[in-house]
Design a protein around this ligand. Structure first.
Ligand SMILES: [Fe+2]
Ligand SMILES: [Fe+2]
Length: 147
């Protein structure tokens, strides 16, 4: 799951860069809108998957991650608000302001991705540590080999 989420983050990074490049190029509002809509849909799909699939799985495995996961979901609501704000600005051809808000969304989302990946790494470490402490065979007992 850690790898899957990180891969989705890297794909979103590319979509953010494309949407921003299109807006900054300023030569086609239509192309910029298409790139932004592709980003918005991919972002919503990622946030939805985290909220309905990935996070509930983590929560079930490690209830102590609950507070961190809740904070991530609160941030998702904020990101959705910024996406709507940018869509509204693009609808009104407020390209400069849309670019400004998209830049700050890209920055904030990058930090959010980093925090999620840190949390997932520490979840993986918890699981590995728990596995290394799981009871094995008592000392002096060797697995039986049949010849
Ligand atoms: Fe997230
Ligand atoms: Fe994420």
């Amino acid at each position: 799951m850690t790898t899957k989420i990180a891969e989705e983050h890297r794909a979103l990074d590319k979509l953010f860069a494309t949407a921003l490049d299109q807006l900054e190029a300023g030569d086609s509002e239509c192309q910029a809108r298409v790139a932004f809509d592709v980003l918005g849909e991919a972002l919503e799909s990622h946030l939805g998957a985290e909220e309905s699939l990935y996070f509930p799985t983590i929560w079930a495995l490690r209830p102590e991650f609950k507070d961190r996961l809740r904070a991530f979901i609160r941030a998702h609501h904020h990101f959705r608000g910024l996406i709507q704000e940018i869509a509204g600005l693009l609808d009104c051809q407020e390209m400069e302001e849309a670019m400004h808000v998209l830049r700050s969304l890209k920055h904030e989302f990058g930090r959010h991705e980093g925090a999620e990946e840190d949390a997932l790494r520490s979840l993986d470490e918890h699981i590995l540590e728990a596995e290394s402490h799981s009871p094995g065979l008592p000392d002096g007992c060797e697995p039986t080999h049949y010849r």
